[in-house]
Design a protein around this ligand. Structure first.
Ligand code: NDP
Ligand code: MG
Length: 384
């Protein structure tokens, strides 16, 4: 029986994780749930899964929920709730399904507490991969990818001698604006970007899909998860989102993992690894016509992807700044304060303003992350 602590249980990944749990009550038990503010859904989840620990990071919402849950539940408010759930002694696995770099502290705490990590929260590894991967190694903790591309690569790599693997090919749907002309991109609005053609996801990652920041974040995530040089990581646009990613062997063979665009597949694999369980879902059928196409990303029109390689190669805190500035810009775009192309511009200008290199420590990471958010905010204010 795996005992799960789910950080971000009310989100897209969180609710799909609970759906996997619902299908296998004999294999999984939910011991902790944390959300930010959606206490209505959280309350339903509490009633259904009866966790020992519940966290609400928004303090007003925490106060609101307080009187409504059974007194036997340990209810915690504020950011501390994430740490509490991540280190809960009863938990054996922590699913990090919060969005953004807010996931760093609880992921670090969970690793130090020896918990297996089911990693959906890519921003954490982008910003802190250089610190988090060695920390996990030191504590003998497995980080199991939930992001579909990384799960695909992880599955293809199973049983391979890493000396035989030459590289990775990360697939990208191309996002909602894949076919938009360069001239039209200037006019893209949040509602255009939120119409993802193949995946149904939270709003931040859906915007990231339309800018290709998401693919950039995934390239950096793959670099850390699989210890792969940036030169050996390719990106191929594959609009059908059936081939979830591939590995390239040194003799040229390509191994691919395929499935329907349903996150429950990679979520369940992280939960059951190294075993497998049946999953009730619409699986890939070859009775229907299946067309797979691949194309080169539009590097110049969606420059975030190239920038990700640049900051990844630069290392130090550049990926953390790239991530923090993007988070700030995405929410400003969602609030309709800036136009679409200003997301990239904000990130580029924030990176340009960083002139130092600091020692790779967690304290410095939090400081640089904070600095990048303030700098991005200044730049965003100028653009409004
Ligand atoms: P959502 O926006 O749907 O959900 C985010 C979850 O995190 C919600 O439960 C939200 O709570 C909670 N949350 C947000 N901010 C905080 C905070 N400060 N403290 C505590 N909890 C917080 O996001 P997704 O599920 O789409 O994405 C989650 C992560 O997984 C992201 O890093 C994303 O990149 C990654 N991912 C997502 C995929 C997908 O298909 N959705 C695919 C691959 C990766 P509340 O509901 O109360 O606001
Ligand atoms: Mg992905």
């Amino acid at each position: 029986m795996k005992k799960l602590s789910i950080l971000g249980s009310t989100g897209s990944i969180g609710t799909q994780t609970l759906d996997v749990v619902r299908q296998h009550p004999e294999s999984f038990e939910v011991v902790a749930l944390v959300a930010n503010s959606n206490i209505q859904l959280l309350e339903e989840q509490i009633r259904e899964f009866k966790p020992l620990f519940v966290g609400v990071t928004d303090l007003d919402k925490y106060e609101e929920l307080k009187g409504r849950v059974d007194s036997s539940i340990h209810l915690v408010g504020g950011e501390e709730a994430l740490i509490g759930a991540a280190t809960l002694s009863e938990a054996t696995m922590v699913v990090t399904a919060v969005v953004g770099a807010v996931g760093i502290r609880p992921t670090v705490a969970a690793i130090r507490a020896g918990k297996t990590i089911g990693l959906a929260n890519k921003e954490t590894l982008v910003a802190g991969g250089e610190l988090i991967m060695p920390l996990a190694k030191e504590h003998g903790v497995e980080i199991l990818p939930i992001d579909s591309e990384h799960s695909a690569i992880f599955q293809c790599l199973e049983g391979q001698d890493c000396n035989n693997v030459a590289g990775l090919v990360i697939t990208a749907s191309g996002g909602p604006l894949r076919k938009w002309s360069k001239e039209d991109l200037i006019k893209a609005m949040p509602e255009d970007c939120l119409k993802h053609p193949t995946w149904s996801m939270g709003s931040k990652i859906t915007i990231d899909s339309s800018t290709l920041f998401n693919k950039g974040l995934e390239v950096i995530e793959a670099h850390w998860l699989f210890d792969m040089d940036y030169d050996a990581i390719d990106v191929a646009v594959h609009p059908q989102s059936i081939v979830h990613s591939m590995i390239r062997m040194k003799d040229g063979a390509l191994l691919a993992q395929m499935g329907t665009p349903d996150m429950r597949e990679p979520i369940q694999y992280a939960l059951t690894y190294p075993n497998r369980l049946p999953l009730k879902a619409k699986h890939l059928e070859f009775k229907e016509l299946l067309t797979l196409t691949f194309e080169e990303p539009r590097w110049d029109d969606f420059p975030a992807l190239r920038l990700a390689y640049t900051v990844g190669r630069e290392g130090n805190f550049y990926p953390a700044i790239f991530n923090a500035a993007n988070e700030m810009a995405v929410y400003a775009f969602l609030r309709k304060e800036i136009p679409f192309l200003a997301i990239y511009e904000t990130v580029q200008r924030t990176l340009g303003a960083y002139k130092e290199r600091a020692d790779m420590t967690l304290d410095n990471l939090f400081q640089v992350d904070q600095w990048a958010r303030e700098k991005a905010q200044e730049i965003l204010k100028e653009m409004e």
